[in-house]
Design a protein around this ligand. Structure first.
Ligand code: 5GP
Ligand code: ZN
Length: 112
């Protein structure tokens, strides 16, 4: 069973920042920046590579929630990065769509 689906069901603990009927936002267990939050749809979708038309509304909410993450963690003014890793070349390790929201330090570009 999917790790992030287990978090939605609270079968695996998560340091939750917020949730609503569609989304769960929680702190990454291995942060890559002073703020590193993951936002997931509560409904399982494995990656952006398999998104279907019926997923568009929840994914719109997911992307829009970056503002809430940034304001709740105090990184809105300084700036932040949002990342979706999809598939092997992008090093996706958990196959349930998640938006990384990273901030609190100067980022570099291009990413590794
Ligand atoms: P990906 O590499 O798939 O884009 O990102 C997966 C993310 O999930 C990683 O940043 C990793 O640290 C995080 N992660 C993996 N297992 C857990 C866990 O059990 N709890 C939390 N909070 N984050 C996790
Ligand atoms: Zn899942």
């Amino acid at each position: 069973m999917c790790l992030f689906c287990k978090m939605v069901k609270r079968e695996v603990p998560a340091k939750v920042l917020f949730e609503d009927e569609d989304l769960l936002a929680f702190h990454d267990i291995n942060p890559g920046a002073p703020t590193h939050v993951l936002v997931i749809p509560k409904r399982h979708i494995s990656s952006l590579a398999v998104v279907e038309p019926g997923d568009v509304e929840v994914l719109g909410k997911l992307v829009a929630s970056a503002r809430r993450v940034a304001e709740a963690t105090g990184i809105a003014a300084g700036g932040f990065r949002t990342v979706f890793n999809s598939g092997a070349d992008a090093c996706q390790t958990v196959h349930h769509i998640h938006m990384h929201v990273l901030g609190g330090r100067q980022m570099t570009w291009p990413p590794g």
